[in-house]
Design a protein around this ligand. Structure first.
Ligand SMILES: C[S@@+](CC[C@H](N)C(=O)[O-])C[C@H]1O[C@@H](n2cnc3c(N)ncnc32)[C@H](O)[C@@H]1O
Length: 293
């Protein structure tokens, strides 16, 4: 663990003395909320400051169509702030008093009809309706949660306050200045499963695409007319897959593919810059499930 991360763990574990004063602009709560240890997995209650909540919601581009889940929701501030911008939200929290406070805070904020607070272990909650998941837990818990998060619908956005997910690299990291320290925010998008062998017609030729994948990082090759070519610029964000195929070194022969992965099908359009087939064409490949582990 590096020093900054170690310091954050220490800060969250022992709590901070003198947590400001006055009322939260987002929730109307007193800013000096006491830190306490909750039975369970040893994550203390420690609220995310308002300005950091606002950045977390901005980072995930939370809007009116979203369903946000805050895992370990404390006094409900993240879910309530999201509801104020039109989202619906679920908070899950072990501490019954915090659940009670959250309901009261939601009522006062006028968003009680768009939020729900559940008193239960976050590991036992079905997260499948979520479009956004927020976390302010601890590194070990984040890693324990990884398989559950990676099983969510491709495109689901995840924002974690202060702690990353080990070797699952984030798409973005943001440092936000709080009143007494910098807060790190980590952002991921749940990737679709691109790994394996896919067959179909690409740019007018029967082709075989092969992708290797580690989290959202994908590399690949295409076999076309008996020749193998590496794919350039492969980028997977949620279910959106983009890559470029260059069959020689001339940029004018580059084919730019954009597609959506839907289970065992990828379809999209390819833009062919030069040559006899120049222009835009549709493409579709299907996963060879026999040869995919
Ligand atoms: C650091 S606080 C974050 C509170 C809130 N998300 C925020 O950012 O202001 C972590 C919260 O997670 C809760 N918690 C810890 N383990 C939990 C579990 N297994 N299930 C549900 N809540 C849990 C704690 O009670 C605590 O309120």
């Amino acid at each position: 663990m590096d020093r900054a991360r170690g310091a954050c763990v220490l800060v969250i574990c022992i709590g901070l003395a003198g947590w400001g004063g006055g009322l939260s602009a987002q929730t109307g709560l007193p800013l000096s909320t006491p830190t306490k240890l909750v039975p369970g997995r040893g994550v203390p209650y420690f609220p995310t400051p308002d300005e950091v909540v606002a950045e977390m919601l901005r980072m995930a581009r939370v809007g009116g169509d979203d369903v946000i889940y805050d895992l370990g929701s404390g006094d409900g501030r993240i879910v309530i702030s999201a509801a104020r911008i039109g989202a619906r939200g679920i908070g899950v929290e072990l501490d019954p008093q915090l659940v009670k406070d959250s309901n009261e805070n939601a009522r006062r904020a006028g968003v009680a009809d768009r939020v729900q607070f559940l008193q239960q272990d976050l590991f036992e909650l079905d997260l499948s309706p979520a479009t956004v998941v927020t976390l302010y837990l601890l590194p070990g818990l984040n890693e324990e949660l990884r398989p559950k998060l990676l099983g969510l619908r491709p495109g689901t956005r995840i924002v974690s306050h202060d702690f990353d997910m080990g070797d699952w690299e984030p798409e973005r990291v943001l440092r936000v200045q709080g009143w007494n320290r910098k807060h790190a925010l980590y952002y991921w998008v749940i990737p679709a499963n691109a790994a394996g062998t896919w067959r179909g017609r690409l740019g007018g030729s029967d082709s075989t695409l092969t992708f290797r994948q580690e989290f959202q990082k994908v590399s690949g090759t295409v076999l076309v007319n008996g020749q193998n070519f590496p794919l350039a610029g492969v980028r997977l964000v949620g279910d959106r897959l983009n890559f470029t195929l260059m069959q020689d070194s001339r940029p004018e022969t580059a084919m730019q593919f954009a597609g959506h992965i839907d289970g065992d099908t990828i379809k999209g359009s390819v833009n062919i810059r030069g040559g006899p087939s120049a222009g835009a064409q549709d493409w579709l490949v299907r996963r060879d499930t026999q040869n995919t582990p």
